[in-house]
Structure formats: structure tokens, C-alpha cells
Design a protein around this ligand. Structure first.
Ligand SMILES: NC(=O)c1ccc[n+]([C@@H]2O[C@H](COP(=O)([O-])OP(=O)(O)OC[C@H]3O[C@@H](n4cnc5c(N)ncnc54)[C@H](O)[C@@H]3O)[C@@H](O)[C@H]2O)c1
Ligand SMILES: O=C(O)CC[C@@H](O)C(=O)O
Length: 526
């Protein structure tokens, strides 16, 4: 039974869904705030579901010996060390849409709070003051909203702002002209946005390209009195620069849901009349939390139980519908890779995979990853579908994928060619009744299934070899389970694929190689 830890506050639906799918759940939001405890317990779990409090650091990952998936109920994954997770073969998923509407609404609410000073007016009124003349607001109708980042949340903010009859300009290097037209926004460069916006709202991830995107220099280019809203990530706005710009009046007000350091319990921007703050509440509605809890629980369960991959940040997607169809082909690809990995000597330099026939209709990425993982696992520990491509790329392996829509003798075949500095080998496999079979080695056709202990032999196709081989194996107490022959190599050679009940030792392999017809012999395990 798989075990999942929920280490942050998450909607109850997550527990119900996971348990309903026969997964054991530990729900303890205190663990997310206690890194030492997280390190202590994480080794017991196959899955981890989090929000933003739990920090999945490289240290945590190093202790997560059974962990297969980290699911972030939300969007931002800056609390997860994704390269470390990938290196350990752990899938990282998020729920990119579940809280978008709620967060966009928070940004709009923050814009209104700033424009009409609602928090300050509320506090003053409830304190018994009636300061009607103190709170002169800004009408948003006809004003220009500058969106920095126009993805899921930015687009919804644009839509709501247009409903308020604001003009929307957007800076987003990835916004296509067609999408801008569809959204009714004007796509502009950052300089233009800074110059024209009455209110600027940020909706980008925090990356090297966006960190401090509103710094001293940028704020100096804005309209005097501009309002700034940040419901995306702390660190997008340089907080010292913002403080100075508020002091000088260059910025007329700021509404911040996020901070460079969180939780932000003390801050130089606190206590100002021109600043409105919330404690990272963007996603905090029952609706959004229910959405993300349900989505992440289903994604984690689908991944662990079915092999389906949705919204993963470090591997290709596989739908729950295609996962069962892909499964036997993934197994075939992995068997071919495992075979190849046991035969090659020295580091892998090139890897080619060709899908032929009906298999071309399926998602190729998991098959490529499985075959690569199979090859490399023989040389490196801990390679799996999640990290195979990254590990191969790191080692400079040239990966080539191709498809051929017809397959000569089979419904579908997977062909794998592996290259090292000295060698190049090709293995082709197909499915028989859903089971993986080897159907070609180099240019020699054969038809053999994979089993736990095997011998792969190449010999000159001359009399006496099979009898002598049988004698060596029987002298070593090894029983032959199945024997498949392939003949007709261009160089007059034959291939034998022999399944044995017992493993074949190196010593026995050496004896086989003393036979005059023997060209190569490999003891394989699957
Ligand atoms: N406050 C909260 O509680 C809360 C809730 C949800 C999401 N968020 C945050 O909101 C942000 C946006 O989320 P989203 O779902 O819209 O993400 P998204 O990926 O859909 O959109 C981000 C957009 O930023 C754009 N972008 C990237 N680099 C840019 C750059 N240098 N300049 C301008 N634009 C750039 C991208 O092209 C993309 O369109 C994320 O940081 C997310 O973590 C915060
Ligand atoms: O879980 C939260 O409350 C924060 C969510 C938000 O920052 C996100 O990135 O989805």
C-alpha cells in the first residue's frame, strides 16, 4: 500500500480522495513547519502533498528514499528543489489552474483596497472617527492597468479589469499578438508599461529574469503616484526601492500579498498609510483550496497507482486514459534498454529510439525515458523515468527519436540503437499478447521472451555449438528453460537467446567463449 504525507494545511477532500483509492494518508500540517521532523519521517512515504509552508530542500530529498512524487496544491514551486527532485527520480507536480480565479480576484480586491483606502478607512471608522475628508480615492474607470505577466492569472485580471472599463496594457515576452487581441489587451514593452500605467499588477513567476523587475530604475520611469499590486511572488518588487519611492511620492501606494521573506512578521513597509498588506492570501478561498486539494490528490493517486502524469514540472504528461495502453510498451522499451545496458561496455554516447506501427499514436516520451533508464541503470544507480533524459543530457548522450508509421512484420515495434565510443548495437522488440518480446538483434530476426536469467549468444552458424553449450550449462547445474534461435546474419552468424532457471556466472560465460563457434556471450538479468 502506498503512503502519502500531507505536510501542509490542505482541504479535507485530499484525504478522502487518497484514502478512497486505497492510499494510506498521514495528514500533519505541523510537519511542514518543522524541517527536522520532515527529514525524520519523509523516508516512510511514497508521496508528499504540500502547499507553500513545507520546504522540499535537497536535504529533505536526500532522506526521501521511497518518495516518488511531490504534489504542490497550488502554482508556485519555489519551495521545492526541482533539480534535486529530478536527480533523485521524484516527479514534481502542481495544480496550475485551481486557484487562478481566486488569486486574480485577490489582485482586483487589492487594487480597490488601494484605490479607495478601504483598510485604513475601515480602521478609522471603527475607531469612532468619521474622517470623510481624509480618504479621497482614485476612480479606476478609464485608468490604465499595466500587467507584468499575462499568463493564467494575468489574463483573468485583464478580463476583470476590462469589465471595470479600465484600459489594459501587458508586458509579457511570451504573449502572442493573437492572444493579446483575444484578451483585449495591448501588448507593450516594459518601458511603455511603466510610462503609461496608473496601476501596475505583477503576475509572473520569480525567476532570474523577473527578480526585482520593479527596482529603483524601473520605479523612476513610472507615472508619478502609480499604484503597485503584487499578488504573485515576493522578490518581484525590490522592497527597499519601493520604500524609497513611497517616501518620495513617486509611488502613490502599494498592495502586497507576498514578500521577499515569508512569513513576514516585521517589515519596514508595515505601518504605512499608503501600504495595504495581506499574508499571502491570494489562493485562500474555500473554492480554490477545494480545487487544488482535489486536483493534487487525484494527480498523486493517478501517478502512484496508474502511472498517469499530469502537470508535472520535470517529466512528460501521460493521461490516465493512455497510461494503461502505454504501460506494456513502456515495459518493452525498458526491457530493450536493460538488455542493451548489460551488453555495452563504456559510457553511452548515442541513443536512438524508433517507434514503428500503431505505437506511433501513443505518447513517445515515456517510452524514450523508459528505454534510456533501462540502459543507464546498468551503469548508474537511481535512474528512472523522471530523471533519465536529464541524466543522459548531463552526460552528453545524443538522443534521437523517430517514428515510422508502418511496421513490416508486427503491429508495432520499438527499435533501440545504443552507441558507445567503440560499439553500436540495435535491438528490436514487439508485444505478444501484451508481453515484451525480442524480435531482432542487429540484422538477425528471432523471437524470444525476456526472463529473469538469460544468456545472449552470438556464434558462427556451424554444427556442434548448441550441443556443446548444453553440456557446459548442464555441467554447471544450469537448467535451460527456453531456447530461441535466430539465423541468417549477413556475416554467417546466429543468435541464441537462452532463458535459464539459474543465473549464469562469469565463469560459465568464459567457458562458453572457449567454444570455437562462440563470438560473444552475455549473462543477462531482468
Ligand atoms: N499570492 C498567491 O497566493 C498566489 C496564488 C497563485 C499564484 N501565485 C503566483 O502568481 C504568479 C503567476 O501565476 P500564473 O498561474 O498566472 O502563472 P503563468 O505561468 O500562467 O503565467 C506567468 C506569466 O509570466 C510570464 N513571464 C515570464 N517571465 C516574464 C518576464 N520576464 N516578464 C514578463 N512576463 C513574464 C509568462 O510568459 C507567463 O505568461 C506565479 O508566481 C504564482 O506563483 C500567487
Ligand atoms: O498555498 C498557498 O496558499 C499559496 C498559493 C500560491 O502562492 C501558489 O503559488 O499557488
Amino acid at each position: 500500500m502506498y503512503r502519502v504525507l500531507i505536510s501542509d494545511k490542505l482541504g479535507d477532500d485530499a484525504v478522502r480522495i487518497l484514502e478512497g483509492r486505497n492510499i494510506e494518508v498521514t495528514f500533519d500540517p505541523a510537519i511542514g513547519k518543522d524541517p527536522a521532523r520532515l527529514m525524520e519521517v519523509i523516508g516512510d512515504f511514497d508521496g508528499l502533498a504540500i502547499r507553500s509552508a513545507t520546504k522540499v530542500t535537497a536535504d529533505v530529498i536526500s532522506k526521501a528514499k521511497n518518495l516518488k512524487v511531490v504534489g504542490r496544491a497550488g502554482i508556485g514551486v519555489d519551495n521545492i528543489d526541482i533539480p534535486a527532485a529530478t536527480a533523485s527520480g521524484i516527479a514534481v507536480m502542481n495544480t496550475p489552474f485551481g486557484n487562478s480565479v481566486t488569486t486574480a480576484e485577490h489582485a482586483i480586491a487589492m487594487m480597490f483596497a488601494l484605490a479607495r483606502q478601504i483598510p485604513q478607512a475601515n480602521e478609522s471608522t471603527q475607531a469612532g472617527k468619521w474622517e470623510k475628508s481624509r480618504f479621497m480615492g482614485l476612480e479606476l474607470y478609464g485608468k490604465t492597468l499595466g500587467l507584468i505577466g499575462c499568463g493564467n492569472i494575468g489574463s483573468i485580471v485583464a478580463d476583470r479589469a476590462r469589465g471595470l472599463r479600465m484600459k489594459v496594457v501587458a508586458f509579457d515576452p511570451y504573449l502572442t499578438p493573437e492572444r493579446a487581441v483575444e484578451l483585449g489587451v495591448e501588448s507593450v514593452d516594459l518601458e511603455t508599461l511603466l510610462k503609461r500605467a496608473d496601476v501596475i499588477t505583477l503576475h509572473t513567476p520569480l525567476t532570474d529574469g523577473t527578480r526585482n523587475i520593479l527596482n529603483d530604475e524601473a520605479l523612476a520611469k513610472t507615472k508619478k503616484g502609480v499604484r503597485i499590486v503584487n499578488c504573485a511572488r515576493g522578490g518581484l518588487v525590490d522592497e527597499d526601492a519601493l520604500y524609497a519611492a513611497l517616501e518620495s511620492g513617486q509611488v502613490g501606494g502599494a498592495a502586497l500579498d507576498v514578500f521577499a521573506t515569508e512569513p513576514a512578521t516585521e517589515h519596514k513597509l508595515f505601518g504605512r498609510d499608503d501600504v495595504v498588506c495581506t499574508p499571502h492570501l491570494g489562493a485562500s478561498t474555500n473554492e480554490a483550496q477545494e480545487n487544488v486539494a482535489i486536483q493534487i490528490a487525484e494527480q498523486i493517486a493517478d501517478y502512484l497507482l496508474v502511472g498517469a502524469v499530469s502537470n508535472a514540472l520535470n517529466m512528460a504528461s501521460v493521461t490516465a486514459e493512455e497510461a494503461p495502453r502505454l504501460k506494456p510498451y513502456i515495459s518493452l522499451a525498458e526491457h530493450l534498454g536493460t538488455l542493451a545496458g548489460q551488453v555495452i561496455k563504456g559510457p553511452l554516447t548515442g541513443f536512438e529510439i524508433n517507434l514503428a506501427g500503431k505505437v506511433c499514436d501513443l505518447n513517445a516520451a515515456p517510452m524514450t525515458a523508459a528505454a534510456l533508464a533501462g540502459v543507464m541503470r546498468e551503469q548508474l544507480e537511481g535512474v528512472n523515468l523522471v530523471n533519465a533524459e536529464a541524466v543522459a543530457e548531463e552526460r552528453g548522450v545524443k538522443i534521437t527519436q523517430s517514428t515510422t508509421h508502418s511496421s513490416a512484420h508486427f503491429d508495432s515495434t520499438i527499435s533501440l540503437t545504443v552507441k558507445t565510443a567503440e560499439d553500436e548495437r540495435t535491438y528490436v522488440g514487439a508485444l505478444f499478447g501484451g508481453e515484451p518480446r525480442l524480435v531482432r538483434v542487429g540484422d538477425i530476426r528471432l523471437e524470444g521472451s525476456f526472463s529473469k536469467n538469460m544468456l545472449l549468444l552470438r556464434n558462427n552458424d556451424k554444427p556442434g555449438f548448441i550441443g556443446a553449450l548444453g553440456n557446459i550449462l548442464s555441467d554447471a547445474g544450469i537448467n535451460i528453460a527456453t531456447f530461441h534461435l535466430g539465423r541468417g546474419g549477413a556475416d554467417g552468424t546466429a543468435i541464441a537467446l537462452v532463458a535459464t532457471d539459474e543465473p549464469v556466472s562469469d565463469e560459465v560465460v568464459k567457458k562458453i567463449l572457449t567454444l570455437p563457434q562462440a563470438l560473444s556471450a552475455y549473462a543477462l538479468h531482468f
